[in-house]
Design a protein around this ligand. Sequence first.
Ligand code: IMP
Ligand code: MG
Length: 194
Amino acid sequence: MQSDIERVLFDGPAIHKRLEEMAAQITADYSDRELTVIAILTGSLMFMSDLLRRIPLPLKLDCLSVVSYHGKTQTSGDVIFKQLAVPDVADQDVLILDDILDTGYTLAAVREKLETAKPRSIRVCVLLSKRKQRARDVDADYIGFKIDDEFVVGYGLDFMERYRNLPYVGVLRKELLERMASDDSVMLSQAKHL
Ligand code: IMP
Ligand code: MG
């Protein structure tokens, strides 16, 4: 698995150091309110668990499972919610957690869906944000790290459901992406879990 990684961007200690800073900021911002965290599965699992343990505030936690149809390493833009019901976040201060902001399709769709439940406020928190032109106009209020537009894996992020358990975030070797991308028939027939 390690040999598939071209280079490590953020190792475990660097991630944890940054999470301390983010948690301190979120704790200060929500000290007078009860937070409702909505985490987007599966990619935000490690991030969610390490971040929330550093926030000493009363909070509620719910998860949303979302699927998008991927061709190669691209999101098509169709975002499908696996739960039919919208979480009941009426009058609550919601913080959406996701692993990475890429095209923006996922976070825009989740945000719009939650807004229908009339929360008091919504903010977005991501571990990573790619520096690129987004397909949807969505931004994050809390960002762990800004990265170039490269495909990364580890610490929750996957390529074809693999590499999520790496303890660091790294760039996947280009040959691997290209080899998989050439086998479109396999990729396009699968719904990928985010
Ligand atoms: P968006 O809808 O294009 O913003 O993408 C959001 C989702 O796509 C993330 O939650 C990830 O699951 C996935 N994704 C986007 N970029 C990457 C990447 O570089 N590595 C792994 N997954 C990614
Ligand atoms: Mg994914």
